[in-house]
Design a protein around this ligand. Structure first.
Ligand code: SF4
Ligand code: SF4
Length: 331
């Protein structure tokens, strides 16, 4: 447990957490909405510090990151809790309720990375930004030891803490769930604007990729999708977009996304974005990386293993020399 960063003391021993846009006002002996921050004697503590729900080695493609060390493995850990309440959450047992955790400190993280030939650590599974203090402390140590720091996040964080942590982050996959604030409010108990802000700010500081989970009838309207494609194109058309298939989970029991919808969105996005992928379903050629300039097939993927890249050590297309967005794209 550590005293939290970004909070304000109020009257009656209450505190206001300023880490994310919920800005929870927390009474003594109570936790914030994310379950990870608690008021003790009028001070806010990160009670989730160093406590992980899981520890496993994953292919970096599984995060998903397709333009960051393809074919490598990364140690993946995550906190208990989340600052959103998505009705379709696949991880609701650990994001919405308290579950047992295990302690892991920076030295143990490093030794797991070395033993398992991991490029670094992915903070993932639930919402890592509610682990802010732990990530900040461990990321500094990982960087000192040439290990990478990856966040797989819903992007719901205030501007000041975001700017403070970005220098310690090498790559992010950020969920963009919809371009409608109403969707964020009604389906996720969140807000759209902070997520857009996180994407814009992070895109200038680190490697980012975006995931959009497509839920039939909820966020698959052409207008919403075109707005999302516009938004990403205006930031940088090279940012990879992962269109992900939804399956019923938790409180949302709509039918799984039809492959025809995913193919339609893929075609729409490919007209204006350079790197578009479909995930959570196997649709031929939609996991491959091609050169936006000459269309050469550069990385062929059939699942997460056996990945071979034809991208040069300078991150360029081996055929036409076009620079490809990403980091360490050769295998
Ligand atoms: S980080 Fe947690 S406690 Fe802080 S404002 Fe967000 S949900 Fe509330
Ligand atoms: S942001 Fe992710 S982990 Fe949190 S509730 Fe939504 S789907 Fe679950």
């Amino acid at each position: 447990m550590r005293e939290a960063l970004f909070y304000k003391q109020l009257e009656d021993n209450k505190v206001k957490c300023k880490l994310c846009p919920h800005e929870c006002i927390i009474a003594e002996d109570k936790s914030g909405l994310c379950l990870g921050r608690e008021n003790k004697d009028g001070k806010l503590y990160a009670t989730n510090y160093g406590k992980t729900i899981s520890l496993s080695m994953d292919p970096v493609e599984k995060k998903p990151l397709y333009h960051f060390y393809p074919g490598e493995n990364i140690l993946s850990i995550g906190p208990n809790g989340c600052n959103l309440r998505c009705k379709f959450c696949q991880n609701y047992t650990s994001s919405q309720e308290k579950v047992p955790t295990r302690d892991i400190d920076a030295d143990q993280l490093l030794s797991y990375c070395k033993q398992n030939d991991s490029i670094g650590v992915a903070y993932t599974y639930t919402e890592p930004l509610i682990w802010y203090e732990y990530i900040l402390d461990t990321a500094k140590i990982l960087h000192e030891n040439d290990k990478k720091v990856v966040l797989v996040t819903n992007g719901t964080i205030n501007e000041e803490p975001l700017r403070k942590i970005l220098p310690f982050v090498d790559a992010m996959n950020i969920d963009l769930k919809s371009m409608e604030d109403d969707f964020y409010k009604k389906v996720c108990s969140g807000f759209l604007e902070p997520v857009k802000n996180t994407i814009k700010t992070a895109s200038k500081e680190t490697h980012i990729e975006i995931t959009n989970l497509v839920i039939p009838e909820y966020n698959d309207a052409d207008e919403n999708l075109n707005t999302m494609i516009d938004f990403l194109q205006n930031i940088n058309p090279d940012i990879p977009l992962h269109i992900s298939r939804y399956f019923p989970a938790y409180k949302l029991q709509a039918a799984p996304t039809p492959s025809s919808t995913l193919k339609k969105i893929y075609k729409m996005a490919k007209k204006r974005l350079n790197h578009v992928y479909i995930g959570n379903i196997n649709i031929k050629n939609t996991m491959n990386t091609t050169c936006p300039e000459c269309s050469e097939l550069l990385i062929k993927r059939q699942g997460y293993f056996g990945i071979e890249s034809k991208i040069t050590k300078e991150n360029t297309c081996h055929k036409c020399g076009h620079k490809i967005y990403g980091e360490h794209l050769y295998t």
